[in-house]
Structure formats: structure tokens, C-alpha cells
Design a protein around this ligand. Structure first.
Ligand code: SAH
Length: 353
């Protein structure tokens, strides 16, 4: 296994067969060797900095019905909410004062938020905080809409592909949604000029090692700037409420493989990882992740953006959770960076032009 890891470290790639062997034959010793390499590559690219993104969950209305997600349309037990533009701007102000220089607006696919409304929100945030990056994560839209948000000032877009295997995709989503369109959206976002993030859940129902290999190969081909992966966690009021969740161990192993495949990628230690283990996010950073995304949503809505059971930080104020996180990050030898935390390639382009 160590030879495969060395090859991955040196060439940033492995064949599908090799990836499958590596994943299927992992053990704690192999994992530790992989994590060491992943940390080395992360430090070469971004030093000991951890980038923070302030996550603002601004609506939990959604027209989609993904079988795994707690805010799916058919979950009539979900207590729905929308933030106003003023509330969103207040979250940004709280975040800005705490040192956040990236805001992530995430939500369900909520038709109330027309392009006009999104453009107005993007424009207001970028006018008030010109030194901050703005990330959108609001699902599948047309090229025209993505372009309009970009022209209004949005810098980045997160759209997890969820799984790169079409049969697996159909087992996670109703017919109205397709992997083809999801991928098409990701390529459109890249063409427009966004820093783009894709990603998937680890241990989602019906996922096999072959699915994971396909995910990794797709990621290598797309070459996104960011990759969001976290364990699948069942939500009790969804069709997958009784399915088994994904493991910490496999999530960490995949984070490290991804760091070696795309050395300069921005890789969050996700909230889901922090939910399944009390030190999940620190362990993610020790496996090659370099981003964390604390919650900046107003306290009164946090319990309502419940994608899965027992989501963390639903009772904290943004400031307390950041202080706690800062201490945890320093305890493992890293530090929070007060900066936009752009992908390396973007910084190079800025120097050139
Ligand atoms: N509507 C947006 C945002 C979706 S929520 C979009 O379509 O991109 C953000 C991510 O949470 C999803 O992409 C999914 O990968 C993850 N997620 C949803 N339900 C989950 C669950 N039960 N366990 C773990 N992650 C989940």
C-alpha cells in the first residue's frame, strides 16, 4: 500500500484499479502514512493556515426531494424559514467583526428567492464588504442565472455532485433530478469563472468502493477549487432515516487521498465530520483539510436547518463557537487566517494581470 501512496504523492494520480486497491486495503497504519503525506502537501501549499468561511443558512425551503436530506420538500415536519436581506447582512456584520472574510450563502432550492432577489443580496453584501469573498450554494440553476450572480459579484459556488455514478445518483434522488444536469451545472460554473466546489457524502446508502473511485476520477477531471466531503448522517424524517451512517475513518482516508490528488485544493473539515465525532474537524485537518465553515446563521433558525440528526453548533452564538474552534485549531499546531483564503491559482492570476 505504501508504494501506491508514494506514487499518488509523486504523480498526484492513480488509476481506478489502484484507487480501489488502496481504499479496500486500508488499515490504521496505511492511513497514518497517508495522513503524513497529506499534511506535508497541505503545508507546502498553504502553510499552517486554516481558512474560515462564515456559513449563512438563509432558507430551508426546497423544491427538491433528495431522499437523504432533512429539508427535502416532502418532510412536512421541517419548520420552514427564510431570512430577510437585512438579517443576512446582520449575519455578515457579526462575521466580519469576528474576522470572517468569506461568507457562504447556502439554502434549499427556494423559488421565493428569484434571480432578482439573489442579485440584490449579492450586490448588497459585496458593496458593503468589498474585501470579502462571497460563495453561493443554492443548487442547480441555468447558465444565465449563474452568470448573473457572478456579474453581481459572487466569487465562488458550492454544488456537491453527490455521486459520480448515474445509477447511484438515481438511488439517492427522485427522477426529476439527474447527475447529467448536476455535472452540466458544475462545468457551466467553471466556464463562467467561479471558484467551484463539488463533493459527495461518504457512506451514503448504496455507495460502493466503485462509486467512490468514480467520485475521485470525476474530481480529478473537473479539477475544482474546493471539495466538500462529509459522512452521510441519517435524518429521522427522511426515507433514509434508518440507513447506516458513513464512518469517520473512511471520510478521513478520502480527505487525505483528495489532498494528494489535488494538492492545492481548498478542503473543508465539514460540520458533518464534527457531528459524528467530538474531534472530527481537528482529525479532518490532521488528514489534509485546510478549511472550516462555522455557522453564522442567527441562533433562532439554526435548529431548523437540520439536514441530518444531531447537527452541531445549533445552540451556540457565532462568537463562542469561533473561540472554541480557534483554541482547538491552535492546540493541533494550526492557526486561523483572517483572509479571503482564495485558491492558489487565483492568487497567481491576480499577480500576473
Ligand atoms: N441546495 C443546495 C445545498 C444543499 S445542502 C445544493 O443543492 O447544493 C448541502 C449539502 O449537505 C448537500 O450537498 C449534501 O451533500 C449534504 N447533506 C444533505 N443531507 C445530508 C445528510 N443527511 N447527511 C450528510 N450530509 C447531507
Amino acid at each position: 500500500m505504501k508504494e501506491l501512496i508514494d506514487k499518488l504523492y509523486e504523480t498526484n494520480s492513480l488509476s481506478p484499479e489502484e484507487l480501489k486497491i488502496l481504499i479496500d486495503n486500508r488499515n490504521p497504519e496505511v492511513a497514518e502514512y497517508l495522513f503524513e503525506k497529506a499534511r506535508a502537501v497541505r503545508v507546502e501549499n498553504y502553510g499552517y493556515d486554516v481558512y474560515i468561511r462564515g456559513l449563512i443558512e438563509f432558507t430551508n425551503y426546497c423544491k427538491n426531494d433528495c431522499y437523504y436530506c432533512g429539508i427535502r420538500r416532502s418532510n412536512c415536519k421541517a419548520n420552514r424559514y427564510r431570512l430577510t436581506k437585512e438579517e443576512i447582512l446582520e449575519c455578515c456584520q457579526v462575521g466580519y467583526d469576528l474576522g470572517f472574510r468569506t461568507f457562504v450563502l447556502q439554502g434549499g432550492e427556494d423559488e421565493y428567492f428569484t434571480d432578482e432577489k439573489i442579485i440584490d443580496i449579492v450586490d448588497s453584501i459585496k458593496t458593503r464588504y468589498p474585501d470579502c469573498a462571497l460563495t453561493l450554494s443554492i443548487g442547480e440553476k441555468s447558465y444565465k442565472s449563474y452568470k448573473a450572480y457572478f456579474d453581481a459579484g459572487a466569487d465562488r459556488y458550492l454544488l456537491r455532485h453527490e455521486t459520480a455514478n448515474p445509477d447511484h445518483y438515481r438511488k439517492l434522488h427522485p427522477k426529476a433530478q439527474s447527475l447529467e444536469n448536476r455535472k452540466h451545472c458544475l462545468y457551466n460554473l467553471k466556464i463562467i469563472g467561479y471558484q467551484v466546489g463539488c463533493g459527495f457524502m461518504v457512506g451514503s446508502p448504496y455507495q460502493t468502493t466503485d462509486c467512490l473511485v468514480e467520485d475521485l476520477i470525476f474530481i480529478k477531471e473537473l479539477e475544482p477549487h474546493m471539495i466538500g466531503i462529509g459522512p452521510f448522517i441519517p435524518h429521522k424524517d427522511t426515507p433514509f432515516g434508518h440507513k447506516e451512517g458513513g464512518s469517520l475513518e473512511l471520510t478521513l482516508f478520502l480527505l487525505a487521498i483528495i489532498r494528494l490528488m489535488l494538492p492545492a485544493v481548498l478542503l473543508p473539515a465539514t460540520t458533518a465530520l464534527g457531528t459524528i465525532h467530538p474531534r472530527g474537524r481537528e482529525l479532518g485537518l490532521m488528514a489534509g483539510a485546510n478549511v472550516v465553515m462555522p455557522n453564522l446563521s442567527p441562533k433562532y433558525v439554526r435548529k431548523k436547518y437540520m439536514l441530518y440528526n444531531n447537527k452541531i453548533s445549533t445552540g451556540d452564538e457565532a462568537a463562542e463557537s469561533l473561540n472554541d474552534l480557534k483554541k482547538r485549531i491552535e492546540a493541533i499546531g494550526y492557526q486561523i487566517s483572517v483572509s479571503r483564503g482564495d485558491h492558489k491559482s487565483v492568487l497567481v492570476e491576480e499577480l500576473v494581470f
